[in-house]
Structures are given as structure tokens and as C-alpha cells.
Design a protein around this ligand. Structure first.
Ligand SMILES: C[S@@+](CC[C@H](N)C(=O)[O-])C[C@H]1O[C@@H](n2cnc3c(N)ncnc32)[C@H](O)[C@@H]1O
Length: 353
């Protein structure tokens, strides 16, 4: 396990260090036993054997990985060379598998080992070159199948990772990035300023609204809507600092599906007929994934589920472990020992009329 400490913004010198040395200065994360017990009961029933492999990954911070999403608006010459020297490779093919000539601008570099590079700090006159993220969180953005000039709504956008990935994929007509929480809305703004050049900012609208109301305020206004819903994030919940908070979160967990359904209903109202809504979460919980989508499909007329495109699943299967559910209205990426990305659930819905 290597930790890589470059001084990228000012020169390209890379210094490697062992994680053990870095860990000495950092307090270790502690697992919340209450949450783990709850996960054991729920996920062993829902995921069977795959839970035990996912559990090993979640419980071993040394195996956690970060993808390096490059910022196409910054100067990348040295970064790409540096990542190649460190042994990083591109997660995605450079051209679209269906049409060998279509270039894919989105570039996310991954490493076969849990190597880490540091985040870059904000400089007012300089754009950050990369954003670190769980590579599986690109799946919802790729599932939008974005086209140049489309109007896109990122309904739950902070801290902005997927908004950035959208901007790396296409130049939208308009990208509305919305976040209800004041503090997280400010964080979202900061992210966008750090990565998006002033000349591109007119493409963005950053709003501070309850996503549940956008569908009624702007009906049919968007070609594509992403609902990256608030969820019981399996990674962070497992490391809840104290038992009381863990217990409180587990109670809150039962409230989340209602909020998630309301956000998805709103997204379906905000997309135009023929447009696509992608619903995603970073939990493995069936109640927040499959059951939410099934309930919305049963209650909202004129909506059909869409399969994720097969080329996408094929090109990512070397790195992501897709769980197999039948019948299914979405795809779940489960972290496994040799494929640690995820959890990430993605479902695509088309509004027919
Ligand atoms: C999973 S996070 C989004 C992560 C983000 N898409 C990214 O990739 O960086 C979910 C977000 O939804 C926000 N949220 C919760 N309730 C909301 C609501 N009613 N309307 C809009 N956003 C909401 C949360 O504050 C949180 O920032």
C-alpha cells in the first residue's frame, strides 16, 4: 500500500510514503458496532454471500480506493504523465465502443492497488486538475447518456462530484446544480469555482431549493435529470463516531425512502416527455434502491424503466462487481475484494408522456 504525496500545482515531484507512516499521525476510524449488527442482519438477507465480501472491504480502510477524475478545463499534460508513471490507467475507453470515432472526454484514472494521491487546495487564479471520487459514482453520470447542448438538472448536487463529471462529459445547454442544505450549497459553489473556468460558468445555474418542489415549479424543463439521492451512505454510517448517533441514524433510515420517492417524483415532473431520469444512491439497502423505484413506477403514469446500456456494463465489468437481481429495475455495484468500487445503485427511467 502506497501513499503518494506530490506537489502537483507547483512542479511534478512525486514522493512516495507508506500508509503506515501516514496513519501514525491520523486517528483510526472506529466501526460502530450497532450499525454493523444492523447491516449484518439486513444485508446478509438481501445480498447473501456477496455481503460478506463487501463487509470485508468496508471494514478494511487500507483497501479503499479513489478514482482520479481529470478536469478537462485545466492543463493536464503533466498530470497524465505523472499518473501513468505511478501505474494509473484510464477506467473508460477513449472512444465510444459503439462508434470507434466518437471521443469520450470523461477521464477517470484508477490504480490496481489502493494508492492515494492528495487532494489539491484551492487557488483563486488556478483550476484544480483532478477530483478524487469513488469511481463507481461515475456510473449514474454515464447512465444519463448525455448529449451536447442538453438541459440537465442535478437535483441533489453537493458537494458537486457528479456535476463536475457531467461537465467533463459534455457541454450542456444548461446545468442546474441544486442543493437544499445551506452549508452544502456553499460547498457546491466552492467546488464549481475550483474546477470550472469563468468562461463556462454561464452554463451553470446553482440553486438552493428543496428538490421536491422543482418538478412543480419547472415542469418538463429538462432533457435529463439526475437524482443522486440522500441515502444511508454505507461507508460513513459504519464509522459513526458514537453508538447514540448510530442508533439515531438507523431510526432516520426508515424515513429516507419517502424523501427519495418524493425527489424522484419531482424529477419525473421536471423532465420533458422522452427525457431520462437517473436515480442513484451509495447504499446497498433494497428499501432505498429497488423498492423506491418500484413504488414510483407503480404510482407515476407514463414512465418506463430503461436498462443500462450493455456496452457500459461490459466496459466496466473488469473493475466493478454488478450484483445480480431478478427481476431488477436498476444495477447495484457492490464492493468486493478485488473490485472495491461502490456501493452504487443506479436506475434509469424514461418519461414517455
Ligand atoms: C448523496 S448526496 C449528493 C452527492 C452529489 N451528487 C455529488 O456527487 O457530489 C445527497 C445530497 O442531497 C441533499 N438533499 C437532501 N434533501 C434534499 C432535498 N429535499 N432537495 C435537494 N437536495 C437534498 C443532501 O444535502 C446531500 O447533499
Amino acid at each position: 500500500f502506497k501513499c503518494v504525496l506530490p506537489s502537483l500545482s507547483h512542479g511534478q515531484r512525486a514522493v512516495t510514503n507508506t500508509l503506515a507512516a501516514q496513519c501514525k499521525s491520523k486517528p483510526q476510524k472506529k466501526v460502530c458496532k450497532t450499525v454493523l449488527k444492523h447491516f449484518d442482519a439486513q444485508y446478509s438477507e438481501e445480498l447473501g454471500e456477496q455481503w460478506y465480501s463487501a463487509r470485508d472491504v468496508l471494514l478494511n480502510p487500507l483497501s479503499w480506493q479513489y478514482g482520479v477524475l481529470l478536469n478537462r478545463f485545466s492543463d493536464l499534460t503533466n498530470v497524465k504523465q505523472w499518473l501513468a508513471e505511478l501505474g494509473y490507467t484510464n477506467l473508460l475507453p477513449q472512444t465510444h465502443p459503439k462508434s470507434q470515432t466518437a471521443h469520450i472526454p470523461l477521464q477517470c484514472f484508477i490504480h490496481q492497488d489502493p494508492v492515494r494521491i492528495p487532494t489539491q487546495s484551492h487557488h483563486p487564479s488556478w483550476l484544480k486538475q483532478y477530483f478524487l471520487l469513488n469511481a463507481a459514482s461515475l456510473l449514474p453520470v454515464l447512465s444519463l447518456n448525455l448529449k451536447e447542448g442538453e438541459n440537465v438538472l442535478d437535483l441533489c448536487a453537493a458537494p458537486g462530484g457528479k456535476s463536475l463529471a457531467i461537465l467533463q462529459t459534455v457541454t450542456p445547454g444548461l446545468l442546474q446544480c441544486n442543493e437544499v442544505d445551506r452549508h452544502r450549497h456553499d460547498w457546491l459553489l466552492k467546488t464549481l469555482v475550483s474546477y470550472v473556468p469563468p468562461a463556462q460558468r454561464h452554463l451553470l445555474s446553482v440553486t438552493h431549493l428543496d428538490g421536491r418542489s422543482i418538478g412543480s415549479v419547472q415542469p418538463g424543463a429538462y432533457d435529463k435529470v439526475l437524482v443522486d439521492a440522500p441515502c444511508s451512505n454505507d461507508w460513513s454510517w459504519l464509522y459513526t463516531p458514537d453508538t447514540n448517533q448510530g442508533e439515531m441514524w438507523l431510526k432516520e433510515r426508515t424515513q429516507l425512502p419517502l424523501l427519495q420517492k418524493e425527489l424522484l417524483w419531482s424529477a419525473l415532473a421536471a423532465v420533458r416527455p422522452g427525457g431520462v431520469v437517473v436515480y442513484s444512491t451509495c447504499t446497498m439497502s433494497r428499501a432505498e434502491n429497488q423498492s423506491v423505484v418500484e413504488a414510483v413506477l407503480a404510482s407515476y403514469q407514463g414512465v418506463e424503466p430503461l436498462e443500462l446500456e450493455q456496452y457500459l456494463i461490459d466496459s466496466l465489468s473488469d473493475h466493478f462487481c454488478f450484483a445480480h437481481f431478478h427481476p431488477s429495475v436498476g444495477q447495484l455495484v457492490i464492493p468486493q475484494r478485488d473490485k472495491t468500487w461502490g456501493p452504487m445503485y443506479v436506475s434509469r427511467l424514461r418519461r414517455i408522456y
